[in-house]
Design a protein around this ligand. Structure first.
Ligand code: NAP
Length: 494
C-alpha cells in the first residue's frame, strides 16, 4: 500500500439534484458532504432534500407519466439505446467518479459501469417487446385480452456498494415499460447517480421522467410511500430498512420489490478443481473489499481437500494488493466508512475470542497519509463455529471464514441454516452432485463452479429475508407493469 495523489483529481463539486428536468438544490439550502473513503477528502456536496422536495419529485414524475407512457415502445427503446451509448462513451469518467466516492478499485468500477450499461442495453431491446396476449375464450362470442400497462410513478432507493448498477437495474426497466421514476441514491455515493441522470437527460429522457433526489433517506422515503401516486418501489439495501419499507408500503398497497442482505455460503467438495475453487472464492469474497450482497461469507470445505484448499486460498489472499482504488494494480480498496470498519473488526475479534485462528491477515492496516485509517487486511480465518457472529451476519469486509465439513448432507444443512437466501456457491466436478446441490440450496442465485454469477439478463434476487421479486432481464419488467384482463363480449352477428 502506498500514498497517492490521484484522489485529489476529483470531479467538480456538485450541489444540484434533478427534479422535473431542473437541476436544483434543497429548498433550505442544506447539503450533504461526500467524501472519498480512501482519504476522507471532501469531494463534493449534494443537496440534503426532504419531504417537500420528494413531493415535488412525485408531482414532476406524475406530470411526465402520460406522455412517456403514450410514446411507442420503439421510441422509448431509442432513448434507452442512446443512454447506453453515452454510458459506454463515458465509461472511464464514470468509473473514476465511482472509485472516488465508493473506493472500489478502478478496474472493478469500470466493470460495474459495463454491467450497469448492460441493464440499459437489455431494457432498450426489451422496450419493444412489452406486450400482452390473447387467451382462447370459453365461448365463441367472447374475446379475452391481457394488457400489460405501466404502473405509473415509481421509486428506486439504492445502496452505496454498487452506485451505478443498482440504479440502472431499476431505472432502465422502469423507463422501458413507460413508467417514470424518482431515484434516491445512497448518501455516501450520490455522484455516480447524478452523473447517470445527466447522461439520461443528454440521451433525450424528457423532463420529469427521471428524477434524482439526494438527502434525508427516512424523510424522503416516508414522504414517497405516503403518496398514493407512487405505485411501485424498488429497494436495494439492508434487510432491516427493507422490512421497514415493506410495512410502510402497506398503507397504499404499493407494489414493492426488495433486494436485501445476503450471507452467502460456499461449498467446496473433495472432488472440486482446486484452482477453480480458489479463484471462485477470491472472486466472490474479495470483490469490492468484501462489500457485496452476494459475497461469500461462510466457506465450507470438505475434509479431504481442506488443507490443500486453505493453503492455496491463503497464498492467493496474501498476494492481493491493498490501497487507493485509483492506483494501478490495486485489488482491495477501503471499507466505506468507520462503522463498516467497526463491524469487520468486531466479527474478527468475536471469532478469535471464541477460538478461531487467523491464517492470513486479521488486522486493520496502518495506512500512510493521505490515506484514511480504513483499510483491512485480506484475511483467512479458520475454526469458525455456529455461535460466532461471522457465521450469522453479513460481515461486509475482506474476511474469508473457513469451516470444515464431512458429508454433502451436512454441508447443505449448514448452508441453508440462515434466514438469508440471496446467493450461494459450490465447487464440484461430479455432474450428479452439481444438480443435487443446485436444487437443494435455498438461494435465489447459485454459482456452480462460478464465483461471479451476476449478469444483466438473469433474474437477480433472494429468497427468505434476502428479498422479494427479481431484477434483471425480462423478469425486471414485472414490477413496473400491471396485468389487466379485458373480457370482451361480442355483439351477436346481425
Ligand atoms: P441501507 O442502509 O439499507 O441503505 C440503502 C438505501 O436506503 C440508501 O439509499 C439509504 O439512504 C436508504 N435508507 C437508509 N435508511 C433508510 C430508512 N430508514 N428509510 C428509507 N431509506 C433508508 O443499506 P446500505 O448500507 O447502503 O447497503 C448495504 C446493504 O445492501 C447490505 O445489506 C447489502 O447486502 C445490501 N445489498 C443488497 C443487494 C441485493 O441486490 N440484494 C445489492 C447490494 C446491496 P442513506 O444512504 O441516505 O442512508
Amino acid at each position: 500500500m502506498k500514498p497517492t495523489d490521484a484522489a485529489t483529481s476529483g470531479p467538480a463539486p456538485q450541489d444540484r439534484a434533478l427534479i422535473g428536468g431542473a437541476w436544483r438544490g434543497a429548498l433550505d439550502g442544506r447539503v450533504i458532504e461526500v467524501r472519498n473513503p480512501a482519504t476522507d477528502e471532501l469531494i463534493a456536496r449534494v443537496p440534503r432534500m426532504g419531504a417537500t422536495e420528494a413531493t415535488q419529485a412525485v408531482d414532476a414524475a406524475a406530470k411526465a407519466f402520460p406522455a412517456w407512457k403514450a410514446l411507442p415502445g420503439a421510441e422509448r427503446s431509442k432513448v434507452l439505446r442512446r443512454f447506453f451509448d453515452l454510458m459506454v462513451r463515458d465509461e472511464m469518467r464514470l468509473a473514476r467518479l465511482m472509485t472516488l466516492e465508493e473506493g472500489k478499485p478502478l478496474s472493478e468500477a469500470r466493470g460495474e459501469i459495463t454491467y450497469a450499461a448492460g441493464f440499459v442495453e437489455w431494457s432498450a431491446e426489451e422496450a419493444k417487446r412489452v406486450y400482452g396476449e390473447t387467451i382462447p375464450a370459453p365461448s365463441p362470442d367472447k374475446r379475452i385480452l391481457i394488457l400489460r400497462q405501466p404502473v405509473g410513478v415509481t421509486v428506486a432507493i439504492t445502496p452505496w456498494n454498487f452506485p451505478a448498477a443498482m440504479i440502472t437495474r431499476k431505472l432502465a426497466p422502469a423507463l422501458a415499460t413507460g413508467c417514470t421514476m424518482i431515484v434516491k441514491p445512497a448518501s455516501a455515493t450520490p455522484l455516480t447517480a447524478l452523473a447517470l441522470a445527466e447522461l439520461a437527460v443528454e440521451a433525450g429522457v424528457p423532463a420529469g421522467v427521471v428524477n434524482v433526489i439526494t438527502g434525508d433517506a427516512r424523510e424522503i422515503a416516508d414522504s414517497l410511500l405516503a403518496d398514493a401516486r407512487v405505485r411501485a418501489v424498488s429497494f436495494t439495501g439492508s434487510t432491516e430498512v427493507g422490512k421497514a419499507l415493506m410495512a410502510k408500503a402497506a398503507r397504499h398497497v404499493t407494489k414493492i420489490e426488495l433486494e436485501l442482505g445476503g450471507h452467502a455460503p460456499v461449498l467446496v467438495f473433495d472432488d472440486a478443481d482446486l484452482e477453480v475453487a480458489v479463484a471462485g472464492v477470491v472472486a466472490s469474497k474479495f470483490r469490492n473489499a468484501g462489500q457485496t450482497c452476494i459475497c461469500a461469507n461462510r466457506i465450507y470445505v470438505q475434509a479431504g481437500i481442506y488443507e490443500r484448499f486453505a493453503e492455496a486460498l491463503g497464498l492467493a489472499v496474501m498476494s492481493l494488493r491493498v490501497g487507493n482504488g485509483l492506483d494501478e494494480g490495486v485489488q482491495i480498496g477501503p471499507l466505506i466508512d468507520d462503522a463498516g470498519m467497526a463491524k469487520v473488526e468486531a466479527h474478527v475479534a468475536d471469532a478469535v475470542a471464541q477460538g478461531a485462528r487467523i491464517r492470513v491477515g486479521g488486522y486493520r492496516l496502518a495506512a500512510p497519509a493521505p490515506l484514511a485509517d480504513r483499510f483491512f487486511e485480506p484475511t483467512v480465518i479458520e475454526g469458525i463455529t455456529s455461535a460466532m457472529l461471522i457465521n450469522n451476519e453479513e460481515t461486509f469486509g475482506p474476511i474469508a471464514p473457513l469451516i470444515r465439513f464431512e458429508s454433502e448432507a451436512e454441508a447443505i444443512a449448514m448452508a441453508n441454516d440462515t434466514p438469508y437466501g440471496l446467493a450461494a456457491y459450490f465447487f464440484t466436478r461430479d455432474a450428479s452432485r452439481l444438480m443435487r446441490v443446485a436444487e437443494a440450496l435455498e438461494y435465489g442465485i447459485v454459482g456452480a463452479n462460478d464465483g461471479a454469477p451476476s449478469i444483466p439478463q438473469a433474474p437477480f434476487g433472494g429468497m427468505k429475508e434476502s428479498g422479494l421479486g427479481r431484477e434483471g432481464g425480462k423478469y425486471a419488467m414485472d414490477l413496473f407493469l400491471e396485468t389487466k384482463y379485458v373480457s370482451w363480449a361480442l355483439e351477436p352477428t346481425k
